[in-house]
Design a protein around this ligand. Structure first.
Ligand code: MN
Length: 400
């Protein structure tokens, strides 16, 4: 069983016109929201966030419930500022400690926060800061670019790197709190932590006169120190406390994990290889298509045939009636007349006579012509013989 007692106070401070801080505390949940934005916008952002975190945690009093409640608050503030131009630019910090129930049935304190509101743990008069500020200066301290002393006076110490209601995605720091009975938790807005140093905070928050008195003295001392901002304080003291079965400390983000960009990065060479493959296969396809067409072209013009070109025997290259879109071309007009052929050869010529090459076609034409000339010579020789034999016969008759 975990049980706490609590006291809380919020004060406008000495300088500000409005109190844009909001807080809530009960037996299982303590929340502070430090709103920002012109007019009343900061108050709106803080109020929306407190309401939604309370509601979400009541429905699901677990670490997940707490984180999802802050995510819901973030989206609600974002959509409100988009819907209402006068709320543009509003946002809020949020810090909450909830008594969360885990799967083993253990109830233990969990801290969730976004922004620069803080949580400190107090034990035996000593103070330890549990939260890390999400401010430019503090992030730089963690990166080693600034010392703690430099950060305390750095002009960007109040500029937040994370807040509720600024973007659709949000990163929330979540940490199990390991506490002992008697430990106190101090939760506050920066109106307290900017005005009082750690020693003062530790002394006032650990004071044994009861929680209410301690809270009052913290607020009044912050005002004495300047009271330049709204001051909000919640002080919890554990009567009994458990530790989470599996303590966690991590940042939970609704943004895609940074690993995703690494995967994208590593896929770049893969993409390059893929492009190389596309190039290679494109070239292969081009080669195949070119090869296919050259085979077609080769086949279309691989043949020679003899034809009648206006009474002259000509040699054509190509398939006799064309092939696809390849038409035969006349490559050679012989000097031989198409009429000076034997009857059978003339019929063959009409049906086309194919030859594998131009020279064989020409030789064939010549042989056809030779055949015709020889047959003509033979028939004229026969005529001559007959003509000359007649007188002989006549002579013979005369003799007879
Ligand atoms: Mn503030």
């Amino acid at each position: 069983m975990t049980r706490w007692r609590y006291a809380a106070a919020t004060d406008i401070g000495l300088v500000r016109q409005t109190n844009q801080d909001a807080l809530y505390a009960d037996d299982t949940l303590a929340i502070i929201a430090d709103g920002m934005g012109g007019h009343a916008a900061g108050e709106v952002a803080a109020a929306i966030s407190i309401d939604l975190v309370r509601e979400g945690f009541r429905e699901s009093p677990s670490v997940e419930g707490l984180v999802e409640a802050i995510q819901a608050a973030n989206l609600a503030v974002v959509s409100d500022s988009r819907a209402n131009p006068e709320h543009f630019g509003m946002g809020t910090t949020i810090i909450a400690v909830g008594l969360t129930l885990d799967l083993e049935g253990m109830v233990s304190p969990t801290l969730v926060h976004v922004g620069d509101s803080r949580a400190y743990q107090l034990r035996d008069g000593a103070l330890r800061q549990l939260s890390e500020d999400h401010s430019v200066a503090e992030e730089w301290v963690r990166m080693g670019r600034l010392t703690t002393e430099e950060a305390a006076v750095h002009p960007r110490r109040h500029q937040l790197t994370r807040a509720v209601g600024v973007e659709d995605t949000i990163a929330i720091d979540v940490a199990s709190i390991s506490a002992l009975a008697g430990d106190r938790l101090l939760i506050c807005s920066d109106g307290l932590s900017n005005e009082l140093d750690n020693d003062t905070l530790a002394r006032l928050a650990s004071a044994p006169n009861g929680l209410e008195m301690a809270v009052e003295s913290l607020v009044s001392e912050a005002k004495v120190a300047g009271g330049r901002d709204n001051i909000s304080v919640i002080l919890l003291e554990f009567d009994q406390v458990n530790v989470a079965t599996f303590p966690i400390r991590r940042t939970m983000s609704t943004a895609p994990p940074p690993v995703a960009s690494k995967i994208l990065g590593s896929s770049r060479p893969r993409r390059r290889r893929w492009t190389w493959r596309v190039w290679a296969s494109t070239l292969i396809v081009i080669a195949l298509v070119a090869g296919f067409f050259s085979v077609l072209h080769w086949y279309a013009y691989s043949n020679y045939y003899l034809g009648d070109d206006a009474g002259i025997i000509a040699v054509y290259q190509g398939q006799p009636h064309g092939f696809l879109w390849y038409q035969p071309i006349m490559v050679f007009d012989t000097t031989y007349s198409a009429h000076q052929l034997l009857a059978g050869d003339a019929r063959a010529l009409a049906r086309t006579i194919s030859e594998p090459s131009l020279s064989s076609a020409l030789l064939y034409v010549k042989s056809l012509h030779t055949d015709w000339e020889q047959s003509r010579a033979a028939s004229s020789a026969t005529t001559t013989t007959t003509t000359t034999s007649i007188p002989t016969t006549t002579t013979t008759v005369k003799k007879g």
